[in-house]
Design a protein around this ligand. Structure first.
Ligand code: HEC
Ligand code: HEC
Length: 345
């Protein structure tokens, strides 16, 4: 290379490092989709995962600044040690300890959900945070005011600049940061996962018996390795006088009365109490419900009526085996993963 060429090269190098410094782009973060799971529903290309975006989403998730009186964060109701639901509460508690009408749903594996909330009222993950933020029984704040509070913080302005290259924060970046934290939270490392992926793990005889019972009696609704078909159904909790109209509140169709989202059963051993109103405290009670507690109503799922017998007949041994199988769906790496924990700094 001649002298001119060398000078040109140096100038180009200087220009490009200068460019990198003044226009630093966020660091891409790797996301691994488990081989035994269905395809994601969230379009990652519209909100690519980055280290900075994810960390910012996590900070927002743990920050009570987002509630009206600074007392409640998302994590108040979605606690990591309870697989991101609110432990010991049948109905969730918000600002001033106001009581919501439903039991919290977990956050993990949101990247695969077709809709959100027990009634499917929110179609996209990006819109989810608006709901708890503005719900007066939860954080009782306004989205505009959240954006205002964040813009007033030099720390947040710099974090948003690093993650999304913006000088002024808008609700779009707030929602994208939340989504990155939530969609990256994949839970797929239970004993059952390692067994189906043949990662040197076996289920014992009782667990295998439970799995086979589950396939025969439960997997029509709790289907795929997500353990839900994401449909809305009435599993016989109440008769026609149900207090909560469920899916009907969204579709306004009477035939959807008291239908609720089939919940994923992943980490179910950690997410008591159960059902949309948290009415059952243990998996034993859930088994008793399917066996002998199913109530008839106009929208009761056809699979839970055969002739005059309602529900799914289960012997005491079968109930025990089903529970042993459900216990294999616990992913302890999710509840111990520091990446999803509150990072105080
Ligand atoms: C006061 C308690 C409370 C707070 C605070 C709260 N949530 Fe929730 N969350 C719930 C309840 C209850 C549900 C189920 C609501 C329903 O289905 O009607 C839920 C549902 C969800 C779901 C839906 C999961 C699914 O599979 O459908 C997501 C995601 C979620 N919350 C994220 C958040 C985020 C993000 C925040 C903070 C901005 C937050 N939540 C704050 C109680 C809370
Ligand atoms: C007809 C569809 C259907 C069948 C079959 C079915 N379920 Fe469910 N399951 C649901 C629905 C819907 C809910 C949520 C109902 C609600 O909260 O209103 C649910 C909730 C649950 C819950 C509570 C989960 C939580 O996080 O609150 C457990 C546990 C459960 N089912 C286990 C089973 C087992 C075990 C079987 C087989 C014996 C089974 N289910 C069969 C539809 C079904």
């Amino acid at each position: 290379m001649n002298k001119q060429g060398q000078i040109l090269l140096v100038v180009l190098l200087l220009l490009s490092t200068g460019f990198l410094i003044s226009n630093q782009s966020p660091t891409p973060k790797l996301l691994v989709i488990p081989t035994n799971f269905p395809a994601p529903t969230y379009d990652i290309s519209k909100n690519p995962l980055t280290e900075e975006g994810f960390a910012l989403g996590r900070k927002l998730f743990y920050d009570p600044l987002l509630s009206k009186d600074g007392s409640i964060s998302c994590a108040s109701c979605h606690q990591q040690d309870a697989a991101f639901i609110q432990a010991d509460h049948d109905l969730s508690h918000g600002v001033d300890d106001r009581l919501g009408k439903r039991n919290a749903l977990p956050i993990f594996n949101a990247i695969f959900r077709k809709s959100f909330f027990w009634d499917g009222g929110v179609p996209k993950l990006d819109f989810v945070p608006i709901n708890p933020i503005e719900n007066e029984l939860e954080m009782d704040e306004k989205m505009d005011n959240v954006v205002h509070k964040l813009n007033a913080s030099a720390k947040y302005r710099s974090l948003f600049k690093n993650a999304f290259s913006v000088d002024t924060i808008s609700s779009k970046e707030v929602l994208h940061a939340f989504s990155q934290f939530m969609y990256a939270m994949i839970s797929a490392n239970s004993k059952y996962d390692r067994y189906v992926r043949k990662e040197n793990t076996l289920l014992d005889k009782e667990e295998l018996a439970g799995l086979s019972l589950f396939k025969g009696k439960c997997s029509s609704c709790h289907s795929t390795d997500l353990f839900t078909d994401d449909s809305f159904r009435n599993n016989g909790l109440d008769n026609d006088q149900a207090k909560d109209k469920g899916r009907e509140e969204i579709t306004l169709n009477v035939s959807d009365r008291a239908k609720f989202k089939v919940p994923s059963l992943r980490n179910v051993a950690l997410t008591a109490p159960y059902m949309h109103d948290g009415r059952f405290n243990s998996l034993e009670e859930v088994m008793d419900h399917y066996d002998s507690g199913v109530k008839n109503s106009s929208s009761l799922d056809a699979q839970l009526k055969s002739g005059t017998r309602l529900g799914i007949p289960l012997s005491a041994v079968e109930k025990k085996q089903l529970i042993l199988f459900l216990n294999t769906l616990t992913d302890s790496t999710l509840i111990n993963n520091k990446n999803f924990s509150n990072q105080k700094h």
